[in-house]
Each structure stands twice: as structure tokens, then as C-alpha cells.
Design a protein around this ligand. Structure first.
Ligand code: NIG
Ligand code: FE
Length: 413
């Protein structure tokens, strides 16, 4: 505990959803106080337990009356693809006329159509189009966002995407974590040469990404319309050789066993997982992985296969929730809507859903020790909500109850 003389900000008369108890509860502390010092949470507890030697008069602290509102950790969107060129409204229309996502992808649309638009866009254009998407999330209380590459699919354009993702952190007070997703799809120039493309991913793109320190993790789309299990393994091996943590788009449209494979590499997370089976869940539990649920993609593709929530609960695999913001399967930049959909579509409890975008969102990014919880020593990424109970965050959307937002102890909203 820091000396109360060092506190810069002190919230009094607030309720805390600390999210330190995983998804079991909100970790509530009512009639509480919370102090910030040097960008970190310095103290929290019942207001009546404030240190006896603390006196407002002797301190340079800004004391804020929270008026009985709620503080939560800043929200974490642990899976997005929000840097991209163009949009796919035409494919949305095609799907409404009966074409499936796979049919469109196999006919040369889907991911590769966004690749064409992303390759054409300059860094400035990509930054300008990504900024409103990130702004929307930020204004909803998001303080940490993961952004994947995967619409460049050649060295120059993958690097361009990751650089733009990094530049976004200069534009908005949001922590950005970058993931290299070179193995997202086969670009047209490698249409009949998957192994050749993987050579490029593993032997050229990845070393360069590592050299320029452009990624915090590596992801692969393991699927019939993506990469096979064997091909996925090649990329995982390359990631491991560079000591980069692994994430995987797995079991979204079919079960190829990618989650189990990822577990062998101590991956951070397996994401989508509608078709995940119990063997995969057990493997994930054993290696400490997080399951990332993406209700926006499930909804937007009008999927019917639900992720195995009951089995994930039974085996106590932590469940994160994210937007998957992308032009093809989830053109959704609303984390509050994800909370609601996690509950209505996937039947998560509100405390599970909130854990999914706080403590377990952090876990899916390897940030368990610093973000996603209100706890002493954690980054002071904190959201103040004009609500009477935490479940309201899941219950309604479209009206934004965010009253204040702090990133690393600084008020940013
Ligand atoms: O997370 N599943 C693969 N990747 C993205 C979709 C990409 C796209 O269609 O543009 C996803 O759903
Ligand atoms: Fe995705």
C-alpha cells in the first residue's frame, strides 16, 4: 500500500465492481473509496476503512464524490480486426439473399476482398477509417483493445496494418495490443500454393514483425476456408521460436481440433469456438487457456451452433467476450451490445459477461497481473458508470451510462 500522502485522486461515495473474483461475482464493495497514485490503484475498500491518518487537508489529493455510482475496471476488447480498408455491405446483401459466408469466400469474396481494399489504402487512410471505430469503443469505456493484422497478406501490407494499429495509441488514450494474423487467408497470388504462402508468413513476415517489435502475439484462422491443422502447426512453431504467445481462430464453422493443438503450445486463447468439444475444453483447461466468445460474429452470420458454455463452466475455463470488430462477420463496434448478446444469445450471467470484458479479457491478452481488475497495484484504468447495479451494463444498450473514464490514472473522459 502506498502512503496516502502520495494519492493524486480519491473517489469516495462509490460502489466498486472489482471483478477480482473471476466470473463468480462482481466482487462488489459498496459504500467504498478508491485511491489512485502514479497511474496505479493505490488503495480501495470500504470508505469507513480509509486510513486513519488520511486527511484531505494534508494531501494534494483531488477528492471526487462518486455519488453512489459504480466503478469498474476499464473495459477490454481482446479480439478485434478494426484496421481495414473498404467494407463488405455488398456481401451482407448477398448473404441476405441466401449465399453463405463460406460460399462467398470460396467465390473470391470474403477476407480477400477486404485484402484488396486494405492493400490499396495508405497508412493515413487506414488510420482515418480505424479512428472512428476505436473512438466508439473508447467512448463506451474501453481502455484496452487488441487489434489483429490479416488483411494485408503480404509483408509490406501486414506491416502497414500493424504500424497503423500502433499509431492509434497516439490518437486516443487506449492501450493497444497487436496480434500478427498473417495466416488469416490465402491471398489470390498464392491461391494454389498454401505451403509457399506459409513460407512467406513464417520465414519473412514474422521475423520482420518481430524485428520491428510490431506484435504481442500470433494468431491463425484454422478452418476449412482458412488453414488446416498441419498448416496452423507450422505457424505456431514459428511463433514459438520467436517467443511470441499464440492465439487462434478455432472451431468457428467446424471442429478441426485447433483449440487442442493450441493448448499444446500454451496458447493464450482460443476464439469463436462454437464447435469446440469436451476434449478441446479439457486441453484448454489443462494449459490455462481462455475461451474468447464472439457473439457479434455468431449473430451477424446467423449461426445456430452455440458455443459449449455449460461445458466451459463445468471445466472452469475462463470465458472472455469481445466484439471481433471486422468488416465481414462482425461490423460491430459496440462492447455494451456484446455484453447484452453474451447474455441473451449465449446465456452467460451478467457477472460472467462483465468478467469477459474485464478480468478474463485481460487474461486472453496475457495481462492478468496489470489490467482488468480493481485491485491495489493494478493499472488505474477505471470506468465510472451512472448505474444502480452492475447488471445494468448488460441489460441495456444504446444509452451510454459512462460518467468518467481513467487510463493509467489520468481522466480521459
Ligand atoms: O473473426 N474468422 C475469421 N476472421 C474474422 C472474419 C474476417 C472477415 O470475414 O473479414 C472473424 O470472424
Ligand atoms: Fe476474428
Amino acid at each position: 500500500m502506498t502512503n496516502s500522502k502520495d494519492w493524486q485522486t480519491l473517489y469516495i461515495n462509490v460502489n466498486l465492481a472489482t471483478m477480482t473474483d473471476g466470473s463468480n461475482s462482481y466482487g462488489e464493495i459498496t459504500q467504498a473509496a478508491l485511491a489512485i497514485s502514479n497511474g496505479k490503484i493505490a488503495w480501495l475498500g470500504k470508505e469507513s476503512d480509509l486510513p486513519a491518518d488520511f486527511s484531505e487537508k494534508d494531501n494534494d489529493v483531488e477528492v471526487i464524490d462518486g455519488k453512489g455510482q459504480w466503478l469498474t475496471p476499464g473495459l477490454i476488447d481482446c479480439h478485434t480486426h478494426l484496421v481495414y480498408g473498404g467494407n463488405r455491405a455488398n456481401e451482407f446483401e448477398m448473404r441476405l439473399q441466401g449465399k453463405s459466408y463460406q460460399e462467398i469466400a470460396n467465390a473470391g469474396g470474403g477476407i480477400v476482398s477486404t485484402v484488396t481494399a486494405t492493400r490499396k489504402a495508405s497508412e493515413e487512410e487506414l488510420l482515418a477509417s480505424a479512428l472512428p471505430r476505436l473512438t466508439a469503443l473508447h467512448q463506451q469505456g474501453v481502455t484496452t483493445v487488441e487489434i489483429k493484422s490479416g488483411y494485408g497478406l503480404d509483408t509490406v501490407n501486414e506491416i502497414k496494418m500493424l504500424k497503423v494499429a500502433g499509431l492509434l495509441a497516439d490518437e486516443l488514450p487506449v492501450t493497444i495490443k497487436r496480434t500478427f494474423l498473417g495466416a488469416h487467408a490465402l491471398p489470390t497470388e498464392y491461391k494454389d500454393n498454401a505451403e509457399g504462402y506459409l513460407d512467406l508468413v513464417c520465414d519473412e513476415m514474422l521475423p520482420q514483425v518481430v524485428n520491428e517489435n510490431l506484435a504481442d502475439a500470433v494468431d491463425v484462422f484454422c478452418e476449412g476456408i482458412g488453414f488446416s491443422l498441419e498448416q496452423t502447426k507450422r505457424v505456431f512453431d514459428a511463433a514459438q521460436s520467436h517467443n511470441l504467445p499464440i492465439k487462434v481462430h478455432a472451431e468457428q464453422l467446424s471442429n478441426l481440433g485447433a483449440s487442442e493443438l493450441a493448448a499444446n503450445y500454451d496458447a493464450l486463447s482460443s476464439d469463436h469456438i462454437e464447435f469446440l468439444d469436451e476434449a478441446g475444453i479439457k486441453a484448454m483447461k489443462k494449459s490455462g487457456m481462455t475461451a474468447v466468445l464472439l457473439p457479434g460474429a455468431f449473430y451477424f452470420l446467423r449461426e445456430t451452433q452455440l458455443p459449449p458454455i455449460e461445458l466451459l463452466r463445468k471445466h472452469q475455463v475462463p470465458m472472455a467476450v469481445a466484439t471481433d470488430a471486422n468488416p465481414g462477420t462482425s461490423p460491430i463496434h459496440n462492447i455494451h451490445l456484446m455484453l447484452n448478446m453474451a447474455c441473451t444469445l449465449f446465456k452467460l450471467t451478467p457477472s460472467e459477461a462483465l468478467a469477459g470484458i474485464t478480468c478474463y479479457g485481460a487474461k486472453a491478452l496475457g495481462l492478468t497481473e496489470s489490467k482488468g481488475q480493481l485491485a491495489v497495484g493494478y493499472d488505474a484504468d477505471i470506468a465510472l458508470w451512472k448505474i444502480e447495479q452492475p447488471a445494468e451494463l448488460c441489460y441495456q444498450f444504446g444509452v451510454n451510462p459512462l460518467a468518467a473514464l481513467y487510463q493509467a490514472g489520468k481522466r480521459v473522459i
